[in-house]
Design a binder for this molecule. Structure first.
Ligand code: NAP
Length: 300
């Protein structure tokens, strides 16, 4: 294996430590404690795990965590009213509504009800527009985490060819915006892209956000390229015993790692960075709300 492993777990731990340090400094100097409100509607098991983990890490960073768990059948108007209350609460600096929401609730409407200054997921149309026009925004956590690891590994990204596979609103499109802002030449590929392996083979940086287990193989990768694997896919693992499963990315790790210059593993790559960036965004939102200088390097 030739590639450097980009250790997201270690990187995220470092980031959480910087956030915790800054939170302590904010408390000492200004008596302000950043607060993150997470709203979960329904009983989706994966969402429950994410929300628990977000709450735990928020508290570990010295911030206040406010969890709102609502019944699956909660009417949309009730959820919107809660968001209104959180928007008006000065102790809440970040609001995250865990997606997906139940079918009777309009996700776009809910996201647009969040105060953009508290939109730590960066999904509000105002933040999407600010990012697209190169202005100060709240940046979606997963692509922000990818960008941080890329900057740490490469230094400057200027002039590099980047291919993002996937054009979702939560990963692919904001990743495009961030890489373009760092002066990469960016191609966004998707399910209709012709000859995807040839497109990917041009890239100095490959960001795979597809949701297809091990789709990208080593023969797609330009020697020395950096591979950021956003995918989280659970597959059967009969070799581990009956009924066992394991997590894999969108890239076939073993074959890609023999060709790439650097690669993120799954698990332990992009995943841990997402919550670290959520904490960073909450701190950033708190600093902005209180007119306090932001810690450099925590956002794009
Ligand atoms: P998504 O909304 O389902 O989007 C998938 C994208 O992949 C779409 O743009 C789709 O193209 C494209 N695609 C599908 N099949 C393709 C193919 N055969 N060739 C090329 N492109 C193809 O997914 P997402 O929400 O962006 O998530 C992507 C992956 O990242 C998932 O595995 C998800 O679990 C993971 N994820 C991880 C984190 C984290 O914290 N690490 C966070 C978010 C997501 P079309 O637009 O043409 O359909």
């Amino acid at each position: 294996m030739a590639a450097t492993i980009l250790d997201g777990k270690a990187f995220a731990a470092g980031m959480r430590a910087s956030v915790a340090q800054q939170v302590a400094a904010l408390k000492a100097a200004h008596g302000i404690t950043p607060g993150l409100a997470v709203v979960l509607v329904g009983e989706d098991p994966a969402s429950q795990v994410y929300v628990r983990s977000k709450g735990k890490q928020t508290v570990e960073a010295g911030m206040n965590s406010y969890e709102h768990r609502l019944d699956e059948a909660t009417p949309q108007a009730e959820l919107l009213a809660l968001i209104g209350t959180l928007n008006d609460d000065p102790a809440v600096h970040g609001i995250l509504v865990q997606l997906p929401l139940p079918d009777h609730i309009d996700e776009d409407l809910v996201i647009s009800a969040i105060d953009p200054a508290k939109d730590v997921d960066g999904f509000h149309i105002s933040n999407v527009g600010l990012l697209a026009t190169g202005q100060k925004a709240m940046v979606p956590c997963t692509p922000l985490g990818c960008l941080m690891m890329l900057r740490a590994h490469h230094g400057s990204l200027s002039g590099l060819d980047a291919v993002v596979i996937g054009r979702s609103n939560i990963v692919g499109k904001p990743m495009f915006g961030l890489l373009l802002r760092d002066s990469c030449t960016v191609t966004v590929a998707h399910s209709r892209t012709r000859d995807l392996p040839a497109v990917v083979r041009r890239a100095d940086i490959v960001v795979a956000a597809v949701g297809r287990p091990e789709m990208v193989t080593g023969d797609w990768i330009k020697p020395g390229a950096t591979v950021i694997d956003v995918g989280i896919n659970r597959i059967d693992a009969p070799e581990r015993g009956e009924g066992k499963t394991r997590l894999v990315g969108d890239c076939h790790f073993e074959s890609c790692a023999t060709v790439a210059g650097a690669i993120t593993p799954v698990p332990g790559g992009v995943g841990p960075m997402t919550i670290a960036c959520l904490l960073a965004n909450t701190l950033t939102a708190c600093c902005r709300a209180n007119g306090v200088a932001e810690l450099q390097g925590l956002t794009a």
